[in-house]
Design a protein. Structure first.
Length: 233
């Protein structure tokens, strides 16, 4: 996806210190309150089955409120389908038990350059409208003695995507998790994504995309950052 850096959607995340919006028009609703997903203390007291039963009940109420006839063959299964999709698929990343297990390997071949995994596809959902955010994540790190299986980079991106999200937080959560797992600050992330809350409703701009980035440790050096950007361009 070629970034279209319209002022409306371009934003930069500068290493957790501050978030710079290049245009105030980004909208009041696009506010991230913390790097951690805001969760209640009792978030996991209910089982998945109990959650699905609750969501099924409440989603049926929403559909009925909209005037839909839930006796229709095409609609009657929807509340149950939505409940299962929320808990088991698109919001399964809220539950820490679903975090992918990650094995590290000794960096026996002494590869000390950066490793870049680019164009990792992901699907997430905007926490302000509950409609999709989708795009590509580019992830890089410089090994500090240990390396990670390549597919685990995809799985970590996808785990944090399976939450109601804002793109800035998604970027930070992937970066912080990789830094923790790999034991190094030397992690870079760039995410280029489309937000259907911008494309299909509201301002209905379906050509812009949103870019967020994180540069930790050595990636703050201009030459290292430039190398990363060259690989993903
Ligand atoms: Zn939104």
């Amino acid at each position: 996806m070629k970034p279209n850096e319209t002022l409306l959607n371009t934003l930069l995340v500068d290493n957790n210190k501050k978030i710079m919006f290049t245009d105030e028009e980004i909208g009041d609703e696009h506010i991230m309150t913390s790097v951690d997903t805001p969760m209640r203390d009792d978030a996991f007291e209910m089982s998945d089955e109990e959650k699905m039963a609750q969501i099924e009940y409440h989603f049926r109420q929403i559909m009925e409120t909209l005037g839909l006839d839930l006796k229709d063959d095409s609609l009657k299964g929807t509340p149950k389908r939505v409940a299962k999709m929320y808990v088991k698929e698109i919001f399964s990343g809220l539950d820490p038990k679903n975090m992918p297990s990650v094995a590290l390997f000794d960096n026996k071949y002494q590869y000390n350059e950066m490793l870049v995994e680019k164009n990792i596809s992901f699907y997430s959902n905007c926490e302000h409208h509950f409609v999709p955010i989708f795009g590509k994540a580019h992830v890089a790190y410089i090994a500090n003695g240990q390396v990670i299986g390549l597919s685990k980079l995809n799985r970590i991106v996808q785990h944090f995507a399976k939450r109601p999200q804002v793109q800035e937080r998604l970027t930070m959560q992937i970066a912080k998790e990789l830094q923790k797992i790999l034991g190094t600050e030397d992690v870079a992330i760039m995410i280029d994504a489309k937000h259907l809350c911008v494309a299909s409703r509201g301002v209905k701009d379906d050509t812009s995309s949103t870019i967020t980035s994180y540069y930790g440790g050595k990636f703050q050096d201009d030459a290292t950052k430039a190398e990363f950007l060259k690989y993903i361009s």
